[in-house]
Design a protein. Structure first.
Length: 265
C-alpha cells in the first residue's frame, strides 16, 4: 500500500481508469470497512482518502477534538486491500489564496444545513476536489450521512462529474448505535443514553409502516431520555428515497442517524 500526501504525488500515482474512492476523515471503524470492502469488490484500484476537513466544521464545533489515529487507520486500510491512501495536509487542500467554494442549494437546506450553516459548503468543496484529484470511476458513501450523500449525488449530476456515487447501508453496533468516529468521544453514561437514537428511529419506522406518524413516534422515545438533547426529528425525500432523520446531543457529542422509510439505496 502506498501513502501519498500531495496533489501532484496523488495524480502521478493513481491510474486513470478503474479507480474506486472511499473518502474518509480517518478514525476508521467497521462502517468505513464496509465502504472499503464494497469498493474493493468493484474496482481494480482502491483509493482511500484520510483528511479531517476543517471547512466543514463551524465555530465552536469539535474539529480540534475529532479523533485522529493515522497509524491505526493505515493498518486498517492495508488490511482491507487499499492500494493507495491520499492523506493531504490542510495547506495542500486549501493553499494560500484559496477562494473557490461549491454550494449545493436545495439539498443543503434544513436538517444539518440549518444546524451547521457552513458545513455542506465545506463537504461539497472537499468532495469535488477529491474527485478532481483522484478521478475515480466510483465513490462510496454511507447511508448514515443521508443528506451528505444526497448532496454529493446532486453535485455530480449538476456539474457533470464523471463519477458514480455508491451508497452503502449503515453499519450498527450490537446495541443499535450507528458506527461513527464521534462515538469514541462518548462516556459510558453518554453511550447508554445515546442508544435511544436508534431505538427512536426504529420505532418511527414501525409507526410509518402502520400508517402512523413516524416523527411523533420517534420523538416520544427521545423525549423519554431527558439527558439527551434533541436537535431535530424530521422526514425528508432525497433522490427518491424517504428518510426519517434525527440529530441529538449526548453530553458534548452530536450524533446523527436515519432510517429509510421508502425507496432503496
Amino acid at each position: 500500500m502506498k501513502v501519498v500526501r500531495t496533489v501532484d504525488d496523488a495524480r502521478a500515482a493513481i491510474p486513470s481508469a478503474g479507480v474506486g474512492l472511499v473518502p474518509t476523515m480517518g478514525a476508521l471503524h467497521a462502517g468505513h470497512v464496509a465502504l472499503l470492502r464494497a469498493a474493493r469488490a468493484e474496482n481494480e484500484t482502491l483509493v482511500a482518502s484520510i483528511f479531517v476537513n476543517p471547512t466543514q466544521f463551524g465555530p465552536g464545533e469539535d474539529y480540534g477534538e475529532y479523533p485522529r489515529d493515522e497509524e491505526r487507520d493505515l493498518h486498517v486500510a492495508e488490511a482491507e486491500g487499499v492500494d493507495l491512501v491520499f492523506a493531504p495536509s490542510v495547506d495542500g487542500m486549501y493553499p494560500d489564496g484559496f477562494q473557490t467554494w461549491v454550494e449545493v442549494e436545495q439539498v443543503a437546506r434544513g436538517l444539518e444545513g440549518a444546524a451547521r450553516p457552513e458545513h455542506f459548503r465545506g463537504v461539497a468543496t472537499a468532495c469535488l476536489k477529491l474527485f478532481n484529484i483522484v478521478r475515480p470511476a466510483r465513490a462510496y458513501f454511507g447511508q448514515k450521512d443521508a443528506q451528505q450523500a444526497a448532496l454529493v449525488e446532486q453535485l455530480v449530476r449538476d456539474l457533470n462529474v464523471p463519477v458514480e456515487i455508491r451508497l452503502v447501508s449503515t453499519v450498527r453496533d450490537e446495541d443499535g448505535l450507528a458506527l461513527s468516529s464521534r462515538n469514541a468521544l462518548l462516556s459510558s453514561e453518554e453511550r447508554a443514553t445515546a442508544i435511544a437514537l436508534p431505538r427512536a428511529l426504529s420505532r418511527g419506522k414501525l409507526a410509518f409502516a402502520s400508517g402512523e406518524d413516524p416523527i411523533a413516534a420517534a420523538r416520544a422515545v427521545l423525549d423519554a431520555e431527558p439527558s439527551l438533547g434533541v436537535d431535530y426529528v424530521e422526514t425528508a425525500r432525497f433522490n427518491g428515497r424517504v428518510h426519517l432523520l434525527a440529530a441529538v446531543r449526548a453530553g458534548r457529542t452530536r450524533l446523527i442517524d436515519n432510517v429509510l422509510l421508502e425507496g432503496s439505496l
